[in-house]
Design a binder for this molecule. Structure first.
Ligand SMILES: [Ca+2]
Length: 485
């Protein structure tokens, strides 16, 4: 204890020297929210205890959000406690930006490097802006003025807050791990007490982006609390019309597409908005759409395997997706991962088979993550009748599609749905803003409302290969693109 008092006293001396240089940035214009892609953005839709996913304290986090934090010692990077602030019972100042609740995390006499995140599915190449309102209460003294608690200006915690977007949709591997290096962060704000808005912009690179909040006090004072409310993630077409540096709080560098080689004038396959070029190479084709500006992946026929022939036979990019890996060996078969399907060359058959990627992720224990992060229904257990023939199993499984004619029509829209999608493995489930049905190799989503990438009523197919990569199931596979000269 004596050591701690000494440490605090030294901290205060250092703080006094820093006060003179304290500055505050001019507040930016308020950014309004429309067509919010975040769930539970105002923290009014319930919370859950998070001990089961790795927090050690009795923390609770708003539904649809996941905590992240670094673990240090009791004073530096201490694990914060997460709570929903309930302004109906709060005796402090008004700590919800709107509604009844805000998300709060805090440490007492400790710093932290922590926050929450939420992953959102968007198509690659989508320009996005994320915003949130935040309020900070930080300092050594309680600062109670009779009606509310105010931050201590004499001995502040120098509590920095920022918002980030990971354009690749990556998430930390677990509680205790930092956000990925790929996150683009807003400039940290040091403002205390008043609600103010943070903003950051990015263009999505994969099938999802992840929105992060971060609180990071510098000094281990008594109060290091932050409150977060009314977040928003929206498609921001303005980002495409002006340079990145002109956008509010935009990253200084945007992903760039390498100079297209002359061959790019050849026939292009179907490509999503914002995608780069693909072009013919010997015995196949080279795709830069999934190279994140760092090159691309070849799909070719050679003496070992005929991925290019098979890619075309299965319907090309529309059905298979663009390649997201080099060739690699899995289960002793030569394998290549694409956005939608993962293909394995079978020399015994002279053709590829499609990996049952959702069945495999289920075996790997990823059903909870698939449900939480991608609203993928859990598979049915013991569904097929004992002793059923293959034809009876197929018939019974495909009858699950009858619950949603639009999803059923999309499933049967390909020539060989069993090969491309596999058997249905879930019922049609209501996921809030869409209905979802899971198959062995794909997830079908019918949207209830207009989305940036789909009209209300439209059915889209989640990219199984991309989800597998995002959840780490492709870990160890060669995912680095080949450079383009
Ligand atoms: Ca609220």
């Amino acid at each position: 204890m004596r050591l701690r008092i000494l440490t605090l006293a030294l901290t205060f001396v250092a703080l006094g020297a820093l006060l003179a240089t304290s500055v505050s940035a001019a507040p930016p214009a308020e950014i309004s929210c429309s067509n919010n892609l975040l769930q539970n953005a105002g923290f009014e839709e319930g919370s859950r205890k998070t001990e089961s996913i790795g927090t050690s304290l009795s923390s609770a986090v708003g539904n649809a959000w996941t905590p992240w934090l670094l673990r240090g010692d009791e004073r530096v990077n201490r694990e914060p406690e997460y709570k929903l602030e309930d302004t109906n019972i709060s005796k402090t100042r008004f700590r919800a930006h709107s509604g009844r609740y805000s998300q709060k995390w805090f440490t007492s006499w400790g710093t932290h490097d922590a926050g929450v995140y939420q992953q959102v599915q968007v198509p690659p190449g989508t320009p996005l802006t994320a915003t949130t309102w935040v309020q900070v209460y930080s300092g050594e003294a309680d600062g109670f003025n009779g009606t509310e608690f105010l931050s201590d200006p004499q001995l502040p915690g120098k509590y920095r807050v920022s918002i980030g977007i990971d354009p690749t949709g990556a998430t930390p591997p677990g509680v205790g791990a930092p956000p990925p290096d790929t996150v683009i962060w807003s400039e940290p704000s040091l403002k205390t007490d008043d609600w103010h808005q943070l903003a950051v912009s990015a263009v999505s690179q994969g099938p999802a982006v992840t929105v992060y909040f971060k609180g990071q006090p510098e000094f281990s004072v008594k109060h290091n609390d932050s409150f977060w409310d009314d977040a928003c993630l929206f498609v921001d077409p303005a980002l495409q019309a002006k340079p990145a540096s002109a956008a509010p709080a935009a990253p200084s560098t945007q992903p760039t597409t390498p100079a297209a080689p002359s061959a790019s004038a050849s026939n292009a396959v179907m490509k999503p908005a914002g995608a780069g070029a693909d072009f013919a190479i010997a015995n196949g084709r080279f795709f830069t759409q999934t190279g994140a500006g760092q090159g691309g992946f070849a799909v070719v026929d050679d003496a070992q395997a005929k991925f290019w022939t098979e890619f075309q036979r299965l319907g090309g990019a529309e059905t298979v997706g663009y390649p997201i890996s080099q060739r690699y060996e899995r289960d002793s078969f030569l394998t290549q991962a694409f956005q939608k399907l993962i293909l394995q060359w079978r020399p015994d058959l002279g053709m590829v088979t499609v990996v049952n990627v959702f069945d495999e992720m289920s075996k790997a224990g990823l059903d909870p993550a698939l449900l939480e992060k991608y609203q993928t229904p859990k598979p049915l257990a013991n569904f097929d009748p004992t002793g059923a023939t293959w034809a009876q199993i197929v018939s019974g499984r495909q009858a699950l599609l009858d619950a949603n004619p639009a999803i059923k029509a999309r499933y049967f829209s390909v020539a060989d749905p069993l090969t491309v999608f596999g058997l249905p493995v879930s019922k049609v489930e209501d996921m809030g803003n869409h209905y979802a049905l899971r198959t062995q190799r794909a997830v079908f989503q019918q949207w209830k409302q207009d989305m940036p990438f789909a009209k209300a009523g439209e059915v889209t197919i989640a990219n199984g290969g991309d989800l597998a990569r995002s959840l780490g199931w492709l870990g160890g596979s060669p995912l680095t693109p080949t450079q383009v000269q």
